[in-house]
Design a protein around this ligand. Structure first.
Ligand SMILES: [Zn+2]
Length: 422
């Protein structure tokens, strides 16, 4: 066996922390009636849209492709018929690679064709029964913790560990009604901004202590200096008296609250996860937007996602410059397998080895089986990159295995304080 394969073998023997998913509870997944189109429904929708996916003369965007593929009110034959011509264009993407690996290992098929798509559909439906999360996540992948951000905490299995989104505290879709509902659930009354800050702290503690929440997620956004406390009090008072705010005022209030909640997460020992890169006009999602926050809140742990693709090197420098910047390669291996693989040695060059998390599947429940395919790519990427360092004499084979174990297990346990859950 060659060096990379030996390392890969050892890595596959480690327990795994899956450090980011969007999985709803299993009881909702087993209610779905999956079919072959579901395999293309997450992320590959972006590749299909980029390939010009058109149905009945109408070109669909990413969300449109997803809606079309998941619309089980239309027969699978019809949806697959629209999909089939685009498979050749997307089949070599990393998103597709995770699918091919899953298809073979979970369902036993090598390819998707017009001759077998109904057989695949049958296999998927047959497997979509209670216990599917145990079988795929726990048994097949050896995942012991799956940090999942789906706006809820009501999971059946202890290995599903919630992370919640900042928007649950800093945005007010129904204006004052949202404030009242939130506070009411905790038996609190909120009239002023100061009351609302008390509510936010109580809510964070309840999520952490009673609902096993280990982190809060936000998204990179261009840095703006927040308004003063007194201006923020005025905005909140306006929200409570008028019931709603203008768009611009909502924005000012959310920028202000985002920093307050960020600081609270540091005080309450909750990790702040930050999406960076890739989507749409990715310039708005640049990891560098976080630099002012990282400096201003040294007690907050920032776990910045996705290698900041395409700002891979920028994020490496951030994590090597500041003690409170961590890196999380969730989603990363399926955005680009090779960009990630070539990034790994550069991160080792500059970032302390104990600040890196290697894997998070980043899938929705209708694509849960692809966690397997993604994990297999992540394990292979880490094995390949570390094998190169061994060949270059930078570490021994045993040290390489130790590093991989830190990345798949020890580091995320520490960064998200997962020890306190068991
Ligand atoms: Zn995500």
């Amino acid at each position: 066996m060659n060096l990379k394969d030996r390392l890969l073998e050892r890595i596959k023997g480690f327990d795994v922390v899956d450090a980011h998913e969007h999985l709803a509870p299993e009881r909702e997944r087993v209610k779905l009636e999956p079919d072959v189109c579901f395999l293309f429904s997450h992320y590959l929708t972006g590749s299909l849209a980029a390939a010009g996916f058109t149905v009945e003369g109408r070109r669909l965007d990413r969300a449109g492709v997803r809606e079309f593929l998941l619309d089980t009110s239309k027969p699978v034959e019809e949806r697959f018929g629209a999909l089939e011509p685009y498979i050749p264009a997307v089949r070599y993407t990393s998103y597709a690679e995770a699918m091919w690996r899953t298809l073979e290992e979970i369902y036993g098929f090598q390819d998707i064709t017009r001759d077998n798509f109904m057989d695949i559909t049958e296999a998927m439906r047959g497997a979509n029964t209670q216990g599917i999360y145990d079988r795929i996540i726990r048994d097949k992948c050896r995942i012991r913790f799956s940090l999942t951000q789906a706006g809820r905490t009501d999971y059946e299995r202890p290995f599903m560990v919630p992370v919640l989104n900042f928007v649950l505290l800093i945005e007010f879709p129904e204006g004052r009604r949202t404030v009242e509902e939130r506070a009411g659930k905790l038996g609190m009354e909120v009239h002023t901004l100061d009351d609302y800050m008390d509510y936010c702290r109580a809510q964070l503690r309840k999520w952490r202590d009673e609902e096993r929440v280990v982190g809060m997620k936000t998204v990179s956004q261009p840095y703006e200096e927040p308004v003063s406390d007194s201006d923020a009090r005025g905005l909140f008072a306006k929200l409570m008296s008028c019931g709603r705010l203008e768009e611009g005022d909502y924005h000012l209030l959310s920028v202000y609250l985002r920093e307050k909640v960020l600081a609270m997460c540091g005080e309450e020992d909750l990790t702040v996860a930050v999406h960076a890169g890739v989507w749409d006009d990715f310039r708005r999602l640049d990891p560098k937007h976080n630099i002012p926050l990282v400096q201003k809140y040294p007690e907050v742990r920032f776990d910045i996602y996705h290698m900041g693709i395409p700002y891979v090197r920028d994020l490496a420098i951030m994590a090597g410059n500041w003690h409170n910047v961590y890196v999380n390669w969730c989603w990363t291996h399926i955005v680009s397998y090779y960009m990630t693989q070539s990034g790994i040695p550069e991160y080792l060059d500059f970032v302390p080895v104990d600040k890196i998390t290697a894997f998070g599947g980043d899938y929705f429940m209708y694509a849960v089986e692809k966690v397997y395919g993604h994990l297999s790519m992540a394990q292979e990427n880490v094995a390949t990159a570390l094998a190169m360092l061994v060949l270059h004499g930078r570490m021994t084979e045993d040290e390489a295995a130790d590093v991989a174990k830190m990345w798949f297990w020890d580091n995320p346990i520490k960064i998200y304080n997962l020890d306190r859950l068991s």
